[in-house]
Design a binder for this molecule. Structure first.
Ligand code: GNR
Ligand code: NI
Length: 167
C-alpha cells in the first residue's frame, strides 16, 4: 500500500481527460487500494485517479462516519439526474478553499466495480455531490470552474503563493 501524491490546482495535469478502463486487472485493484489509503490519510471523502496523475476512469468514495464503507467506481456514467442542491464543496486538489456549488440532487449511475462487474446505483445528497465532483475530475474539471472568473483567479493566486512558499 502507498500514500500517493495529490496534484494541486492550477496544475495542468488536473485538466487531462481520463481514459476508459478496458479490462479491470490487479493493477487497477492495487490503484484502488492506494487511492483509498491516500483518501483516508488526507483525509477526504472521495478521490479520483486524475488527482494522483493517473489518467484512467477510476474513483473512490467513502462518506460514512466510521470510514468503513469504501466505494470504487470504474468507468462511471451518470444515466439520470434530478433536482438541484447547493453544497459547500472542498477539494483535496484545491486545499483550504470551500465554495458553494449547485449540482443535481439525485442521480442514477452505472459503472464497473473492482471485480469488473456492471453495477447501477442511485445516489442523493452528499453521495450524489461527491460522485458528480469525482466524475468531473475524470473529465479534467474542478469545482472552481463553476465559480466566477474573479473568485477563481483569487483562488489561483492564493494557491500559487502557498505553493511558492512551500518550496
Ligand atoms: O474530501 C472532500 N470533501 C468534499 C466535500 C464537499 C464536496 C466534495 C468533496 S470531495 C473532497 C475530496 C476530493 O477532492 N475529491 O476529489
Ligand atoms: Ni476533488
Amino acid at each position: 500500500m502507498a500514500i500517493l501524491n495529490i496534484l494541486h490546482f492550477p496544475d495542468d495535469r488536473l485538466r487531462t481527460k481520463a481514459q476508459a478502463v478496458t479490462e479491470v486487472t490487479d493493477k487497477h485493484r492495487t490503484l484502488i487500494k492506494n487511492l483509498l489509503e491516500t483518501m483516508y490519510d488526507a483525509p477526504g471523502i472521495g478521490l479520483a485517479a486524475t488527482q494522483v496523475n493517473v489518467h484512467e476512469r477510476i474513483l473512490v468514495i467513502d462518506i460514512s462516519e466510521e470510514k468503513n464503507e469504501p466505494i470504487a467506481l470504474i468507468n462511471p456514467e451518470i444515466l439520470e439526474k434530478d433536482g438541484d442542491q447547493e453544497f459547500d464543496e472542498g477539494c483535496l486538489s484545491v486545499p483550504g478553499i470551500y465554495e458553494t456549488v449547485h449540482r443535481a440532487e439525485k442521480i442514477r449511475v452505472k459503472a464497473l466495480n473492482e471485480k469488473g462487474e456492471n453495477i447501477e446505483m442511485n445516489a442523493e445528497g452528499l453521495l450524489a455531490v461527491c460522485i458528480q465532483h469525482e466524475i468531473d475530475h475524470l473529465d479534467g474539471k474542478l469545482f472552481v470552474d463553476y465559480l466566477s472568473q474573479l473568485k477563481k483567479q483569487r483562488i489561483r493566486k492564493k494557491l500559487e503563493k502557498q505553493q511558492r512558499n512551500a518550496m
